[in-house]
Design a protein around this ligand. Structure first.
Ligand code: PGA
Length: 251
């Protein structure tokens, strides 16, 4: 049985009081109406420690990024060990915004995954094609390469500690969601790639999330697809009621 997860990526939103309020509204909702999936919240770094204290066992906390190095003179960076030390248990790695805006290369992402494995953080490793790659029908090739250049450099034991998030870049923050059929087609492709590289057992057990304009209206359609094990939610995760509704759509 693979883990079912709904994860919230708050990105660079909310000041501390609003972040606490949102977390409290989410935990209140989960207490009233428990979700049958794991719930993971990725706030900005500065709120990690504070928000871990708010989860009361109802959710887990993720970082949105970590440094590719362990420690040292890297001004402004935050290490996986620091994230672990404040009680967060997941870390998003390779989000398309980081790949595009902060030039994160496969080498850097490989180092970040290694840091996560070293510090007991479950990486949520993001992959997905952009609009041009989709229109040129290169999306399968692109996603296969993203796996090959990064995740496939690890052992099966490490890969087994990973959550994959398929996030077509053209769907992120655009309101354009992949249809359930498009998402399922890619999730099943990713699972086949995992099977070829690491074997069927891992392919059957690895969690693959969908991300990209997933919201309270379209989550049910996506989550009923057999290879979609949950979602990585951006915009819709900033409103507690919408996020809770999405959590409740995953059974
Ligand atoms: P979105 O973001 O739900 O706002 O499209 C998803 C993500 O970037 O993880």
């Amino acid at each position: 049985m693979r883990a079912k997860i709904v994860a919230a990526n708050w990105k660079m939103n909310k000041a501390l009081p609003q972040a606490i309020e949102l977390m409290q509204a989410i935990t209140f909702g989960l207490r009233q109406n428990p979700a049958s999936c794991k719930v993971v919240i990725a706030p900005p770094f500065v709120y990690l420690e504070r928000l871990v204290t708010e989860t009361t066992g109802l959710a887990e906390v993720a970082a949105q990024n970590c440094c590719s190095r362990n420690n040292g003179a890297y001004t402004g960076e935050v290490s996986a060990g620091m994230i672990e030390s404040v009680g967060a248990t997941y870390c998003i790695v390779g989000h398309s915004e980081r790949r595009q805006l902060y030039a994160e290369t496969p080498d850097v992402l490989e180092a970040k995954l290694q840091r996560c494995y070293d510090h007991n953080l479950t990486p949520i490793f993001c992959i997905g094609e952009n609009h041009l790659e989709r229109t040129e029908e290169r999306h399968f090739e692109v996603v296969a390469q993203q796996l090959e250049y990064v995740l496939f450099n690890f052992t099966v034991e490490h890969a087994a500690k990973t959550v994959i998030a398929y996030e077509p870049v053209w769907a992120i923050g655009t309101g354009l969601t992949a249809s359930p059929e498009q998402a399922q087609e890619m999730h099943s492709f990713i699972r086949r790639q995992i099977a070829t590289k690491f074997g069927q057992e891992l392919a059957d057990n690895i969690t693959i999330l969908y991300g990209g304009s997933c919201n309270a209206q379209n989550a049910a359609g996506l989550f009923t697809k057999e290879d979609i094990d949950g979602g990585l939610i951006g915009g819709a995760a900033l409103v507690a009621d919408d996020f809770l509704k999405i959590c409740n759509e995953l059974r």
